[in-house]
Ligand binder design. Structure first.
Ligand SMILES: O=C(O)C(=O)C[C@]1(C(=O)O)C=C[C@@H](O)C=C1
Length: 306
């Protein structure tokens, strides 16, 4: 049995995701109130794994996760899960839609139902809480009139579902990561993603050079985000997700090139993609191409070839 931390309390979307990423039959799930608390518990060895949201198709990156991944003792992602996100409006039994004056939720969730709230509850004030389930808990305690929550929250808290299937953008998705201490690199599956953070020198073409190193090796970039370094104004950390696994020659070769070019590169893990979409690797950057070139060079250096 493993102890798996997640961004809680009970009833968050992250709880839904962790149940897909670990085994609800044999693992123990431990809720934490904040994303940094989940990551700290992984670092301290208090839990073996920790599940956190990383990006949403409507609102983009989850800043707390981005910062926790880039700063402090390293942690790595060992798995991901992409969840379809639809919200439920919860209220205490007996509350009517026309009585709602305060609606609480996680800022990412409020942003995903902004238009619906403006149209349907124009008199209500939106209030940010730590998570969608924390909002449900606070509604239960009487602090707010309604919560925009994950559908599973209704199973944990005795609240009424006033509206289900909410979301301004249909087909919205959130991606979650399962984190572990470094040293845990899952075996390549042929459909993997590698995540990293790079701090480039503040000079002309630095980011373009990083992207060029990837393009040269035919590595497909699936995500690029920037966050301030928090050190010097105007300097940034770049978060890159690419298709492929660090065990592949072209990915390893690209990481080594970035290490030469950048002020700092942090490896955030190679892990199987949820969609299981195989990475197509063609000539001249297959492992066989790299091996043949390496053997040719070694022979030259030994004086056996020209
Ligand atoms: O509060 C939750 O339920 C979460 O799991 C967090 C979170 C997020 O950070 O994006 C997850 C999915 C939804 O997009 C809204 C909130």
């Amino acid at each position: 049995m493993a102890r798996i931390g997640y961004f809680g309390p009970q009833g968050t979307f992250t709880e839904q995701a962790v149940r897909r990423l670990a085994d609800p039959e044999s693992d123990e799930f431990v809720p934490f109130g904040t994303i940094p608390a989940v990551v700290a518990a992984v670092r301290a060895g208090e839990v073996e794994r920790g599940c956190v949201p990383v990006e949403n198709s409507v609102e983009g990156a989850v800043p707390a996760t981005m910062d926790a991944l880039a700063l402090g003792e390293p942690v790595v992602a060992v798995a991901e899960h992409v969840l379809q996100v639809q919200f439920t409006l919860l209220a205490r039994p007996g509350t009517g839609l026309d009585e709602i004056r305060t609606v609480a939720s996680h800022p990412h969730a409020l942003a995903q139902v902004r238009e619906w709230l403006e149209t349907n509850l124009p008199k209500a004030t939106a209030i940010a809480t730590g998570s969608t389930a924390a909002a449900a808990k606070e509604v239960l305690a009487g602090a707010f009139d309604a919560a925009v929550s994950a559908p599973v929250a209704a199973l944990h808290y005795p609240l009424t579902e006033l509206v289900t299937g909410l979301g301004d953008v249909k087909d919205a998705k959130t991606r979650f990561l399962l984190l572990a201490k470094p040293g845990n690199v899952p075996a390549p599956t042929g459909a993997d993603r590698t995540s990293l953070v790079a701090v480039t020198p503040n000079e002309v073409g630095a980011l373009s050079d990083v992207l060029h190193e990837l393009a040269l090796r035919k590595i497909n970039l699936t995500r690029l985000e920037a966050r301030p370094t928090r050190e010097l104004f105007g300097t940034y950390r770049f978060y890159l997700d690419v298709e492929g696994h660090v065990a592949e020659q072209r990915i390893g070769d690209a990481l080594a090139a970035l290490h030469r070019r950048c002020i700092e590169v942090r490896f955030l893990g190679s892990y199987p993609r949820t969609d299981k979409e195989p990475t197509v690797v063609g000539s001249p950057t297959t492992d066989a191409d790299f091996e043949a070139a390496g053997e040719w060079l070694a022979a030259i250096r030994r004086g056996e070839s020209a």
